[in-house]
Write a protein that binds this ligand. Structure first.
Ligand code: ZN
Length: 249
């Protein structure tokens, strides 16, 4: 695909914004920009994100070395930008997970504003091309743990260990609903997706809970997340059933 904008020369001048030491490219981490500016168009949101990625003020001091908020790519207003080359790790989009997957910020000013359909189309094209280029399989992962055991696939920041710890909710259901809908291979893909979701639920239940130090706040969050996932499963099953029903008549 054609990369419309390349801000790597600006990013490279701020070395705290990227790391070497990539472990692999086995999937995609999806994010939403969420500037908080309700009046922003996708184009404006995209431009603002590029400016922030280039800015020397995008810097967080830390005893073990400064870092920033970055991703490999930004999509918005029908355009795509490369910020950090694939072989380098943006420091950071999702902490420990960034060493295993490419990260993409999708333009969305607020969590309840729908994504631009042009951007959803670009996201799909991007995922297809990177999947072919690096040989990883696509499909939503409903959880990636701190050991990155679940790759390959695609995950929302909200469903990573790092994202849940930080209370992230991006890119959210407005992204997944649009991104995963459509296409005629709905039944086969839908079935696979449900299996992946159920696997993700199993992973949340089986791992990551320390029985010696119960974290009730986190446990509540996990239950809430599980219920949300089950709702997705039910919706998908209903859609598949409706499709099968339509085909049989
Ligand atoms: Zn994020």
């Amino acid at each position: 695909m054609n990369i419309d904008d390349d801000i790597w020369p600006n990013v490279e001048a701020n070395p705290w914004k990227y790391r070497t030491g990539r472990v692999g490219i086995r999937g995609i981490i999806w994010h939403a920009t969420r500037s908080g500016q309700a009046q922003f168009s996708p184009e404006t949101e995209y431009g603002a994100t590029l400016n922030w990625f280039k800015s020397p003020n995008n810097r967080i001091e830390h005893p073990q070395g400064a870092y920033s908020g970055m991703s490999n790519y930004v999509i918005g207003g029908g355009r795509i930008c490369q910020a950090v080359p694939d072989d380098l790790v943006p420091a950071f989009s999702a902490g420990v997970h960034d060493y295993h997957a490419l990260s993409v910020e999708m333009a969305q000013p607020l969590s309840d504003i729908p994504y631009d359909p042009r951007d959803i189309a670009l996201a799909r094209q991007f995922a297809q091309e990177k999947s072919t280029e690096y040989g990883f399989s696509l499909g939503r992962l409903t959880y990636v743990d701190g050991l990155n055991s679940q790759w390959p696939g695609e995950v929302g920041h909200e469903d990573t260990k790092q994202g849940r710890r930080s209370g992230k909710s991006d890119p959210g259901q407005l992204f997944w609903g649009a991104y995963l809908s459509g296409g005629d291979d709905m039944s086969a893909e839908g079935e696979k997706e449900i299996i992946r979701i159920l696997n993700g639920i199993w992973n949340v239940q089986a791992g990551d809970v320390d029985p010696n130090t119960p974290d009730w706040e986190n446990a509540f969050e996990q239950r809430r997340a599980l219920l949300a996932k089950l709702e997705v499963v039910i919706n998908r099953l209903e859609t598949i059933e409706a499709k099968l029903h339509a085909h049989s008549h």
